[in-house]
Design a protein around this ligand. Structure first.
Ligand SMILES: CC(C)(COP(=O)(O)OP(=O)(O)OC[C@H]1O[C@@H](n2cnc3c(N)ncnc32)[C@H](O)[C@@H]1OP(=O)(O)O)[C@@H](O)C(=O)NCCC(=O)NCCS
Length: 175
């Protein structure tokens, strides 16, 4: 008998349960709910209740939220239950949104979406990809080779938020 631990059922990559595709207008309500859940649950430890409410509230006007999604290229990640994440990149290579459903946190969904964002950025001809990362998003982007440029304070609905301007050169390999 081998001393190697039996990983026969764990050999697939952790994100093999998910795939990504372009978003459609019929997805807006589901994406808006995922956006609110990701903020209220996953970002809960990093921001105050007032900040979380102001941030999550930006999806309450579904028409405005749909218009914001349509301003860039949006990819969604799905499993056999539904949408588990989404990300948006705007010209000329700015990642404007990246959100994962709390039920699949830390299972590689954002990694899959971020890889799509980098492919799209490359297709846009971007020489660098930028993001204004949240406190929660910062370690993920650092993990992907994004370099922090500065800390920023932005105001949304009269409430200020800390975030981090980060960028990644497209000259480096994607992963
Ligand atoms: C940030 C977010 C999208 C990450 O989604 P995710 O699907 O859980 O991320 P992944 O599983 O792909 O993480 C990949 C790697 O990034 C890093 N990472 C991701 N989330 C992290 C966290 N909360 N703390 C530390 N490292 C983290 C880790 O290195 C992780 O690899 P590991 O799990 O093997 O250690 C998700 O937490 C989220 O939706 N947060 C709330 C909304 C938000 O802040 N979005 C970012 C806006 S810029």
């Amino acid at each position: 008998m081998s001393n190697t631990p039996d990983h026969t059922s764990d050999d697939e990559p952790e994100n093999a349960d998910f795939e990504t595709c372009d978003f459609g207008v019929e997805d807006v309500a589901e994406i808006a709910q995922l956006f609110r859940d990701a903020i209220r649950v996953t970002a809960a430890g990093a921001y105050s209740p007032e900040q979380l409410a102001a941030w999550a509230g930006s999806a309450d006007d579904e028409d405005a939220f749909a218009a914001a999604l349509n301003a860039g290229w949006v990819r969604v990640a799905v499993d056999d239950v539904g949408i588990v994440g989404f990300a948006q990149i705007n010209m000329p290579g700015h990642i404007a949104m990246l959100y994962t459903a709390p039920r699949v946190a830390r299972r590689g969904v954002a990694t899959l979406l971020l890889d799509d964002m980098l492919v799209l950025g490359e297709a846009m001809g971007a020489t660098k990809i930028t993001v204004d990362a949240s406190i929660v998003g910062r370690p993920l982007f650092a993990h992907f080779g994004f370099v922090e440029e500065c800390e920023e304070l932005v105001e949304r609905h009269g409430i200020s938020f800390k975030r981090y301007r980060m960028q990644r050169s497209m000259k480096r390999p994607r992963k």
